[in-house]
Design a protein around this ligand. Structure first.
Ligand SMILES: [Zn+2]
Length: 245
């Protein structure tokens, strides 16, 4: 028996009442497999949204441990998980919230040797990493593996979101061909900015799965939380980009 027949569909009633979702969309959500890359601030909101939507297959990759300074924004982690792996803390949060979800954790850094095993079983990849270097690596891996990537970044009050569809839309390297990946100065960041940006990411994941609405492809949504400004910047795929496969 398919698992979707045995759990309590009432839980998802308010999803199903949305005409764009309906029972068919909910079935798509149940089937979708989403890999969350990083288990920090962006991931806290993305994971909470995925589990709420009823996405049953969630993968999480992260090699960090929970630190006290994470807790100004990474709300799925609690004091009892200090110094413990973030992937275990995230898994524990999901298990307490929604037992329908099957969670696969990878307590490691994504790299050129392990990416195939980590990414291959997922339909959508979500960039919740926190460094330029890991974001560009994930960009390249997602394109190589032909997986849609929902990119986001956030610092202080501001951030941006962009959806990347392999072979169809602009990637990070199309837009920032000369990015300095060593730039790694720790900056502050506030929780409302992180959860706002990650909610836009989550909305992109939802639309991609139910195939409704319009995505942030060839567009960057730039959010300036301090001044309550939301801007959509049009960007173009570069036919000479090194990420064309
Ligand atoms: Zn590109």
């Amino acid at each position: 028996m398919a698992k979707e027949n045995i759990f309590d569909i009432k839980r998802y009633n308010r999803n199903i009442l949305v005409p764009e979702i309906n029972k068919e969309g909910q079935r798509q959500l149940f089937k979708a497999r989403v890999l969350v890359c990083g288990a920090g601030g962006l991931a806290s909101t993305v994971i909470a949204n995925l589990a709420s939507l009823g996405i049953r297959y969630i993968g999480i990759i992260d090699d960090d441990k929970v630190e006290l300074s994470n807790l100004n924004r990474q709300y799925i982690h609690t004091i009892s998980y200090l110094d413990k792996p973030k992937v275990l803390s995230a898994k524990n949060w999901i298990e307490n919230y929604n037992k329908d979800v099957e969670i696969q954790t990878f307590q490691t850094r994504l790299d050129d040797n392990n990416y195939n095993d980590v990414v291959k079983n997922y339909d959508i990849v979500v960039d919740c990493f926190d460094s330029f270097e890991s974001k560009f690596l994930l960009n390249d891996i997602s394109l190589k593996m032909q997986k849609p990537l929902i990119h986001a970044g956030v610092t202080e009050f501001s951030g941006q979101v962009m959806t990347i569809i392999p072979n169809k839309s602009a990637c990070l390297r199309c837009i920032f061909p000369d990015a300095n990946l060593d730039a790694c100065v720790a900056k502050g960041v506030v929780s409302p900015a992180v959860s706002l940006i990650a909610s836009v990411q989550s909305m992109e994941i939802l639309k991609l799965i139910i195939n409704k609405g319009s995505l942030l492809t060839n567009k960057i949504l730039s959010i300036d939380g301090l001044n309550a400004r939301f801007k959509v910047l049009n960007v173009k795929k570069n036919s000479a980009c090194e990420c064309n496969f």
